[in-house]
Design a protein around this ligand. Structure first.
Ligand code: UT7
Length: 339
């Protein structure tokens, strides 16, 4: 008998408020041409009103994932949440989701792996399943990033990249005999990595205990409460680590790139994903991108892509999927999943 962590459903939720590149050009010195050419982004979603929280977006995605899986909230026995933009400094959103969804007093944990939240999350879920600690798991990846962006020319390099959104997966521990098609399904393998020497290359310094005085008025004036990035350094590391992850997972599982039905990469920059695709010599239809419509929703990018890929029929039961992510930390990784 083999124990597999099988994805039963995936869902996503994005706020209704569309913010186009032209909308941002009205707030800062930027242009649709610059943003489109450098990133592939045309628009992103921002929360509809002040005070909408990350857990609210996560709840909306999670409720639909529960419905699609045919589960009640009471069936769930573990919540794994991933976000860099929690409702509160502490606790994390895992416990808030437990309460909002009306789950039992089950374990709920938060992963802080930024853009790699989904790939770290799937690896974590697989571990819980294979160690027989959980059977019905909700993995929720959600971000509300728009309120912390500096929407002025000073912050334009970051402000044009990010959006708000959420995705959720219902994942079940399934026991199957050899010969049962179920034995082929589920999370097959994961590869994760980190390099903390990049911690300050992409970060938001405040709130944080490293700052004497915690948060001072001058820190706010200096813009330390907004995310910062050395874009070119991150870009170079992202391409290298995404390729390294893909090659590691392919080699370890005796696969050629052409045997993957769909690669679902993190959505940070269309140029990054195109470079990875070209290096793997795959046609455009084998890589799923939607950065044009949502920008970078950090932990939520991959589950939003997975949800749309299912809706578009590009991901079906039996498809072999490779997820790939790189982000702040640095953290990176990928998962090989038979849908
Ligand atoms: O999700 C986490 C992982 N994140 C990533 O993987 C992102 C990786 N990095 C990138 O995607 C790219 O580096 C960016 C899209 C962030 C930036 O593109 P770039 O080609 O590396 O541009 P740059 O930062 O070198 O900036 C080029 C120029 C600069 O002007 P000068 O110094 O050449 O005169 C910037 O000041 O573009 C300017 N610039 C802008 N101009 C108009 C920066 N941001 C903007 C903007 N609009 N929004």
């Amino acid at each position: 008998m083999a124990l597999r962590a099988v994805v039963r459903s995936v869902s996503h939720y994005v706020p209704g408020r569309r913010v186009t590149n032209d909308d941002l050009s009205a707030l800062m010195d930027t242009s649709d041409a610059w943003i489109t050419e450098r990133t592939g982004i045309k628009e992103r979603r921002f929360i509809d009103s002040e005070g909408v929280t990350t857990s609210q977006l996560g709840e909306a995605a999670a409720r639909q994932a529960l419905d699609r899986a045919g589960w009640a909230a009471q069936d769930v026995d573990l919540i794994v949440a991933a976000t860099l933009s929690p409702d509160l400094y502490f606790p994390g959103i895992g416990v808030i989701l437990q309460q909002r969804l009306g789950c039992r007093a089950i374990p709920a944990l938060d992963i802080r792996a930024q853009c790699s939240g989904l790939v770290y999350g799937l690896s974590c879920v697989d571990g819980y399943v294979k160690s027989r600690q959980a059977k019905k798991i909700l993995l929720v990846c959600a971000e509300v990033q728009s309120p912390v962006l500096d929407l002025t020319t000073r912050g334009r390099d970051m402000a044009v990249l990010f959006g708000d959104g959420a995705g959720a997966l219902a994942i079940e521990a399934c026991e199957a005999e050899e010969g049962d098609p179920l034995v082929q399904r589920g999370i097959i393998d994961s590869h994760l990595g980190s390099d903390g020497s990049g911690a300050e290359v992409l970060c938001m310094k405040l709130p944080g205990t490293a700052r004497p005085g915690f948060i001072k008025e001058s820190d706010i004036q200096e813009g330390l409460v907004h995310p910062k990035m050395e874009g070119k350094v991150v870009f170079k590391n992202a391409v290298g680590r995404l390729l390294e992850t893909a090659q590691t997972l392919l080699k370890r599982n005796g696969l050629q790139p052409g045997q993957i039905d769909l690669i679902v990469p993190h959505q940070a920059n269309l140029r990054i994903n195109e470079m990875v695709r070209e290096e793997l010599k795959l046609p455009p239809e084998r890589v799923f991108n939607n950065i044009e419509r949502y920008g970078n929703t950090t932990a939520a990018t991959i589950p939003i892509c997975l949800s749309e890929a299912v809706a578009e029929g590009r991901l079906r039961e039996g498809s072999l999927v490779l997820t790939l992510a790189f982000g702040a930390g640095f953290t990176w990784g990928g998962n090989l999943v038979r849908w």
